[in-house]
Design a protein around this ligand. Structure first.
Ligand code: NAD
Length: 352
């Protein structure tokens, strides 16, 4: 018998090429006053173009977003938003920039509009994270959920091909863990399956003759995988990546890309419903192997060793994961986690 609870998140999503042009209307529907545009230093030109498109709704640009949302950056953004009288923030960028917008919303109630330029999916979630004294604290809070998200496929044209690959695999991880999450539901499964399908079709085509269409399809997948992340509780894969990123400072998306097939090989044995859906959407008998072959074909880093992890760090990571595990389809035992981390560290072939 089916049993589930599904809670829809209150936000508006626009998906269209050129939709950044109508951002002023979106911002006006959320707050009366001007909007501060946030970005990383690398994306300041794009942020300025967005501010120009906002016209007299713009309160200027703050191009200071950084990876892991450092607390001094949050303080600075809060002060700046207040000094320019911002009544909303428009976060233009990847998970780091959206994360800064969320941190501002958490501490000031200034709402966020997200304009994503990667496939990370943070824009669809009420999850925030702030790093202080070398420790990243995360939480869920309805105030940080962007009130509106504007997906404009033109904005991912500049994302380097290697970043598309790791960012896409990061998004597929949300779909995989959403399929076997304890709080999954029929609607979430449909979103996750369609997101996983879209990425598997799009990622190999990025950089080829149909580059623009493939990037657009991947951004569509990012919406669905991000919505899955926002609606469910993630499992062992996300916990492992959180620990690897937090304790060893490994790059976020690439870490997800390396670890995912190894956790899938372990978890899908127990998550038979999720495995059946993935076999069906990808037309494969072995979804874990499929993801690893996709990653290898996309030429993403193949092991945690390649990302800079030392073998001597394995025990530390295992201890942290086991100390406070996330909900998972299989019990999180130290010996299993160790095997997964060692396999990901060395870049072993799954199922071999
Ligand atoms: P990122 O936001 O750190 O971006 C990486 C780099 O790519 C930056 O220099 C950025 O300026 C650049 N960039 C982004 N889009 C570009 C484009 N279209 N063209 C050229 N350059 C571009 O990377 P990310 O992977 O999107 O985000 C990672 C962060 O997001 C992590 O800290 C992670 O924890 C967080 N995250 C949070 C959630 C959540 O729900 N809270 C979800 C996913 C990720």
């Amino acid at each position: 018998m089916r049993e589930f609870v599904y809670r829809a998140l209150p936000m508006q999503v626009t998906f269209a090429r050129g939709s950044v042009g109508s951002l002023a209307e979106v911002v006006a529907s959320i707050a009366d006053g001007p909007a501060l545009v946030l970005s990383t230093p690398e994306q300041s030109d794009l942020a300025q173009r967005v501010a120009d498109a906002l016209g007299d709704r713009s309160a200027g640009v703050l191009a200071e977003a950084r990876m892991h949302v450092p607390s001094p950056t949050v303080e600075r953004a809060l002060q700046h938003a207040e000094s320019v009288g911002a009544e909303s923030c428009v976060a233009v960028g990847g998970g780091s920039t959206v994360g800064l917008g969320k941190a501002v919303a958490l501490h000031s109630d200034v709402p966020v509009v997200a304009v994503p330029t990667t496939f990370a999916g943070s824009e669809m979630t009420p999850i925030w994270g702030i790093t202080a004294d070398g420790r990243k604290t995360t939480g869920r809070d309805a105030r940080v959920l962007p009130r509106a998200v504007v997906y404009d496929p033109d904005l991912v044209d500049t994302l380097p091909v290697d970043m598309c690959a790791v960012s896409g695999l990061n998004a597929i991880a949300h779909a995989v863990e959403g399929l076997y999450a304890p709080d999954t539901s029929p609607v979430v499964r449909l979103m996750a399956a369609e997101g996983a399908r879209a990425f598997a079709a799009a990622l190999p085509a990025i950089g080829g003759d149909d580059d623009a269409d493939a990037r657009s399809e991947a951004l569509y997948g990012a919406w669905l995988c991000g919505a899955t992340l926002g609606a469910t509780t993630m499992g062992l894969h996300h916990k492992l990546c959180h620990v690897l990123g937090g304790t060893l400072d490994l790059p976020h998306a690439a870490t997800h890309a390396v670890v995912l097939p190894h956790v899938m090989a372990h978890n899908l044995v127990a998550a038979t419903g999720a495995a059946a859906i993935l076999r069906d959407v990808w037309g494969t008998t072995d979804p874990a192997r499929y993801v690893q072959e996709l990653a290898r074909a996309l030429d993403v880093p193949g092991s945690l060793a390649e990302l800079g992890m030392r073998e001597g760090d394995v025990d530390r990571v295992v201890e942290e994961v086991v100390a406070s595990p996330y909900a998972n389809p299989r019990a999180v035992k130290a010996s299993d986690v160790r095997s997964i981390v060692v396999a990901a560290w060395s870049g072993a072939t799954v199922g071999a």
